[in-house]
Design a binder for this molecule. Structure first.
Ligand code: SF4
Ligand code: SF4
Length: 406
């Protein structure tokens, strides 16, 4: 065991938690109310990986290592099997935050679970499977998929859209959009081109990972470096507004980048639906073509619950002439995870597909002509879940749709 690992073991289980997060762990009443909307429970029905059970186990670890007995006689060593079960339950969660939304004492679980993951990673118990390869992939290629930088934009970037060397507005495509949801980022850039305000982008080798996949899997070592590289690159281009379409990128940029950067960012972060809704409201662009269809919009967890961006995508969709906008039973801040969140989709593949199919099922039941998404991870996972499935609905990204109608 290395010296670093030994000192981390001694540090107990809470050294990286805020006082509020420690209070949240104490505050859970184990009432089980949060199980109702948990998508993992919906497809597994395994209470042993539920939010109250995770909190109950974590309390035991704290008690064993930081309680009175451990202070008097030295810290105990929690059972390895329990630690492994707990870690697996933590990583099987999609970090969607629906449990926190329904929590009777207001625990902010969308933040608590990733911070507990970080604690377990410090102890060498996580991450799980291919998640452990991500830091090296980001270090060597700039993205967690280990894809070449020269293929980051070229397969999807529209030929008729120009990019400025410097501009007030910048567009960040993000790794998942660029490599796994290309119709989505193509749509983003197409709409930005139609709005007509100059925008800049970093060269593909400089548009590195925003850090979210590393953050969410508890692997935080590179986050400060990635943030400083990206913020410095946009600052040198004179950027005032950074636009991106991935809800996870928006979250880490708005919430965590200022911490890793060490001060307020020199630009604002806007999700593409905010930017386009503003542009429609200001009369800079209008959706002219009619679409006489029933469409249903899925709120991505990190966009609705995470960033509070709920009305803007609906404002964009409602501005399409002729459209009928439907809602899922669980929508807005109560939306159901598509199954792709928390980097769990590549490890707990069957859960992810089953969750995505719940979204497809409801869209089909509601007789939607199109299922509209606004997140590259949702886009990749729901499309994958449609393969070989007998229920069918057309899946379209929100900007892919808009780009075809202006
Ligand atoms: S964050 Fe989502 S998946 Fe994880 S326990 Fe809470 S409701 Fe379930
Ligand atoms: S609703 Fe909140 S207090 Fe109740 S079990 Fe879930 S996390 Fe704990």
């Amino acid at each position: 065991m290395t010296e670093r690992r030994k000192s981390e073991e001694k540090a107990g289980f809470t050294s990286g938690l805020t006082p509020l997060q420690r209070m949240e762990i104490d505050a859970c009443t184990l009432c089980g109310e949060c199980l109702r909307n948990c998508p993992v429970q919906a497809v597994t029905n395994r209470p042993e990986i539920s939010p109250p059970e995770k909190i109950r186990m974590f309390r035991e670890f704290i008690k064993g290592t930081e309680g009175l007995k451990s202070r008097l006689f030295g810290p105990g060593r929690p059972d390895r099997r329990l630690l492994e079960d707990f870690t697996k339950a933590l990583f099987e969660c999609t970090t969607c935050g629906a449990c926190g939304q329904n929590c009777t004492v207001g625990i902010f679980t969308q933040r608590l679970w990733p911070m507990l993951r970080k604690e377990m990673v410090k102890k060498g118990l996580g991450p799980i499977g291919p998640q452990a390869d991500m830091p090296e992939a980001v270090r060597t290629t700039g993205n967690p998929y280990k894809k070449p930088a020269e293929e980051r934009y070229s397969p999807w970037f529209p030929e008729d859209v120009g990019v400025s060397a410097k501009a007030d507005i910048a567009y960040y495509a993000g790794c998942t959009g660029a490599y796994e949801a290309q119709p989505m980022v193509r749509g983003d850039v197409g709409v930005l081109g139609r709005i007509g305000e100059p925008f800049t982008m970093l060269p593909p080798e400089d548009e590195v990972c925003c850090g979210f996949p590393l953050f969410i899997t508890g692997q935080h070592e590179m986050l400060e470096d990635l943030t400083k590289r990206l913020v410095g690159a946009y600052k040198s281009r004179g950027v005032k507004v950074l636009v991106c379409s991935c809800p996870c990128c928006v979250n880490i940029m708005a919430r965590d980048w200022p911490v890793f950067y060490g001060k307020e960012l020199p630009f604002k972060i806007r999700h593409i639906t905010q930017f386009v809704a503003d542009s429609i409201r200001a009369g800079r662009v209008a959706i002219k073509k009619e679409l006489k269809e029933r469409i249903i919009y899925h709120d991505p967890c990190y966009l609705s619950r995470g960033a509070g961006i709920i009305e803007e995508p609906r404002a964009v969709l409602r501005s399409i002439p002729g459209v009928e906008l439907l809602e899922f039973d669980l929508h807005g801040s109560n939306s159901r995870c598509c199954g792709a969140g928390g980097a769990a989709r590549k490890v707990f593949h069957e859960n992810a597909i089953a969750m995505a199919r719940l979204t497809i099922d409801e869209a089909v039941e509601k007789k939607a002509d199109k299922l509209i998404l606004s997140c590259p991870a949702c886009y990749a996972k729901v499309n994958e879940a449609m393969e070989g499935y007998d229920k069918k609905v057309q899946i379209v990204d929100i900007m892919e749709l808009v780009a075809g109608l202006i």
